[in-house]
Ligand binder design. Structure first.
Ligand SMILES: Nc1nc2c(ncn2[C@@H]2O[C@H](COP(=O)(O)OP(=O)(O)OP(=O)(O)O)[C@@H](O)[C@H]2O)c(=O)[nH]1
Ligand SMILES: [Mg+2]
Length: 449
């Protein structure tokens, strides 16, 4: 009897244990090593991607005079076809975006709340709202500013700086003044910061642009677009009216802001030792920047330029080659970039020796015109190489939309007017987002949890 009881007890206990183990393994998140094993076991063995070279440091970077190199190390051991990797990275993104958030938690936000009135804000940051815009875009920019004032600036009163390659009309200026109580300054860009440099070979440029146009590259033939990209890549921070400022928040026509921002974003970045804030990051059209990366690597391997590379740069994000490997084949790197139509940044970084010398070199290649280098990839390459990645901040809490991409968080205080956790308004565009890669390789910690 006693033996039967003992056997029943043993059976009972082991049963409970088995149920417990099964339950825990179903409900608890996989450990990192389990995840890696699962990924390694993925059946698409014909897409093995790069295997880490054990002779390289974990960040894949060699930063030595005349020998600067960056290699994708696939630090999480991801394997699979590009479609599989895109699905995996989108899942990573959606999981994080679906978490309910409010504001950053790595700073005492109560110290940077809106002042009682925007007119009485003595310790406002040294910042401006920067808008490059044409007179003809009055309606589009009106829409943006209405929303922007409503969500942020009517509480803080940061001054606007409107810049344009042509003088602003009185009609445009009057309209802008009607939209805000904040000071507005209207600057005409000096031609040397905007116009195509005279040494550009027009025949070579025309042939190159016809080729890009025939590959359906948008805006290839548009002269002003090339000027705009060159200007926003490097020259904007030299506009005389911007000299007095350190910080800017760039906005543009026809964008949406979906969330209230109840803290001073400039002071937040400054207080947390950051220099750049973004909301979206994307892959680029590889044909537009074929020589940006190789030219940059050559430059880093010239004289002492290697010393500008920050040892904790976002190298794995820049070199990732699994989600859209054709980008790396054509452009030599991932093409991932911060989408610069939204940016909050410290101009002192761009005015500093590394970025400025590098931009002068880029400009000397003429490739803003012989190719169609965008300001977003240029800016992002500079930040990924010369800044510490801890200085780059994803404003995950700021709901933002520029057609067709968005940052749509699950915000505690908002009834979101966008589809939460979707990187774009069309499903098929999810693979154009680099955010999963940023989460895995760029973000060292989550400031929102
Ligand atoms: N003054 C002026 N502003 C320009 C010119 N070209 C572009 N911009 C501004 O530069 C910013 C970026 O230009 P967009 O045409 O929006 O470029 P994009 O965002 O790459 O393209 P979209 O996807 O069409 O919005 C916007 O704020 C424009 O208003 C120009 O020739 N003159
Ligand atoms: Mg735009």
């Amino acid at each position: 009897m006693a033996r039967r009881l003992k056997r029943m007890l043993v059976l009972g206990v082991s049963g409970v244990l088995i149920i417990l183990v099964v339950f825990v393994s179903i409900t608890s998140p996989q450990s990192m090593s389990q995840q890696l094993e699962a990924l390694k076991a993925f059946p698409f063995t014909n897409y093995t991607s790069t295997l880490p070279d054990l002779n390289l440091p974990a960040n894949g970077a060699i930063i030595e005079k005349g020998n600067v190199k960056f290699t994708y190390m696939n630090p999480l051991g991801k394997r699979g076809s590009p479609d599989h990797i895109a699905a995996l990275n989108t899942k990573t993104y959606r999981q994080l975006m679906n978490k309910q958030i409010n504001e950053p938690k790595d700073y005492d936000m109560d110290t940077i709340r809106p002042p009682p009135s925007p007119e009485d804000y003595p310790d406002r940051a040294n910042a401006t709202i920067l808008i490059l815009v044409r007179n003809s875009e009055k309606i589009g920019i009106t829409r943006t500013i209405r929303r922007f004032e409503d969500r942020f600036n009517r509480k803080f009163g940061y001054p606007y700086t409107f810049v344009n390659d042509k003088p602003f009309t009185d009609d445009f200026k009057d309209r802008m003044h009607q939209l805000t109580n904040a000071p507005c300054e209207f600057a005409t860009i000096p031609p040397e910061l905007w116009d195509k440099p005279s040494n550009i070979n027009i025949e070579a440029e025309t042939n190159a642009m016809r080729k890009l146009h025939s590959q359906n590259v948008v805006y290839a033939l548009k002269q002003s677009y090339h000027n705009m990209c060159r200007f926003y890549s490097g020259n904007f921070y030299r506009v005389p009216e911007l000299q007095k400022y350190k910080w800017y928040w760039r906005i543009e026509p026809k964008v949406e802001f979906y969330t209230d921002v109840n803290y001073d974003v400039f002071k937040y970045l400054e207080a947390t030792n950051r220099i750049y804030g973004f909301t979206i990051n994307l892959y680029d059209i590889e044909q537009t920047i074929e020589s940006l990366w190789p030219d940059t690597i050559n430059w880093l391997n010239t004289e002492d330029n290697y010393r500008f590379v920050n040892p904790n740069g976002a190298f794995q994000w820049l070199t990732e080659n699994q989600q859209n490997p054709q980008k790396n084949e054509v452009a030599g790197y991932s093409t991932c970039h911060f989408w610069s139509n939204f940016e909050i940044a410290d101009m002192d970084f761009f005015r500093g020796e590394a970025y400025e010398k590098w931009f002068q070199f880029l400009d000397s290649t003429g490739n803003f015109y012989y190719e169609r280098w965008g300001d977003a990839p240029v800016r992002s390459l500079g930040l990924g190489l010369f800044a510490n990645k801890t200085q780059l901040h994803w404003f995950r809490d700021i709901g933002y939309f520029h057609d067709p991409y968005q940052n749509c968080p699950n915000h505690e205080n908002e009834k979101m007017k966008c589809k939460i956790a979707e990187p774009a308004i069309w499903d098929h565009l999810a693979k154009e987002s680099c955010m999963g890669s940023w989460i895995d390789y760029g973000m060292e910690f989550d400031p929102y949890s």
